[in-house]
Write a protein that binds this ligand. Structure first.
Ligand code: MN
Length: 241
């Protein structure tokens, strides 16, 4: 089981979630919203090699925390994973959009300098702008569009730029999300939950709720469940060394 975008540290009792993840033998990309949280996550994840910690600076926090971008770049020496980073174009964050873009450019440049990273990207109401940045940045590594909410045309463009996609139960609850997932390049899709932000039926998703994604993809792609599971494992192996 794979959850490629989860905020392990934002559950009320992270240690319990980490223990359950270990018990189930799950693979998790633990994204973080600040570089300081990255340090804390490394500590509580410990030696579990199936949980990888990404260093992030969430676009919603860039207004108050843009000065921490240097810490993100420094942390790149210690992880192959970056996230959650990106741009948020929703009205309440429009005021910081120029700063968000500068921060993202700095992080992308550092990723290039380090030979590329796997980058979990937020793009709410800013898909075009995020794709523009990816296009202009050069060899940043592998961008993974998390909870992609663009148009089918933007999905095709992202695909052409080499993007992967992480899709979760909340995204696939909507008709639009299912339509997008149906057309995604299947060898570049991974499950996610975005828990505890991601919710289903009013409750925060747990990392193991990522299994909800499998039957939906099986249906959309007209594939047996076991084949979708095998494909997701294969995708993860190709992305994560
Ligand atoms: Mn998130």
């Amino acid at each position: 089981m794979i959850d490629f975008h989860c905020h392990l540290d934002l559950y009320p009792e992270p240690a319990k979630v980490v223990a359950e993840v270990a018990k189930r033998g799950m693979y998790v990309l633990a994204v973080t919203t600040t570089p300081r949280a990255f340090e804390g996550n490394l500590r509580f994840v410990g030696s579990n090699r199936r949980i990888r910690v990404a260093v992030g600076l969430h676009p919603e926090l860039v207004g108050e925390r843009h000065a921490e971008v240097g810490l993100v770049c420094a942390a790149l020496l210690r992880t192959r994973y970056v996230g959650e980073v990106g741009l948020d174009g929703s009205p309440q964050h429009w005021g910081t959009f120029a700063t968000q873009r500068n921060v993202l450019r700095t992080i992308f440049k550092a990723c290039c300098d380090q030979g590329g990273r796997v980058i979990s990207l937020h793009s709410r109401m800013a898909v075009q702008a995020v794709l523009d940045e990816i296009e202009q940045a050069g060899p940043i590594g592998t961008p993974v569009m998390h909870w992609f909410g663009g148009t089918p045309d933007e999905m095709v463009r992202a695909s052409g730029l080499g993007c992967w996609f992480s899709v979760g139960p909340a995204m696939l609850n909507s008709k639009k999300g299912r339509l997008l997932a149906a057309g995604m390049p299947r060898d570049r899709v991974l499950p996610e939950t975005d828990g505890p932000f991601g919710q289903s039926r009013g409750k925060p998703l747990t990392p193991w709720d990522c299994e909800l994604v499998i039957p939906i993809l099986a249906d959309l792609w007209d594939m047996p469940l076991s084949a979708v599971e095998a494909l997701m494992s294969d995708n993860l192996r190709r992305l994560v060394i």
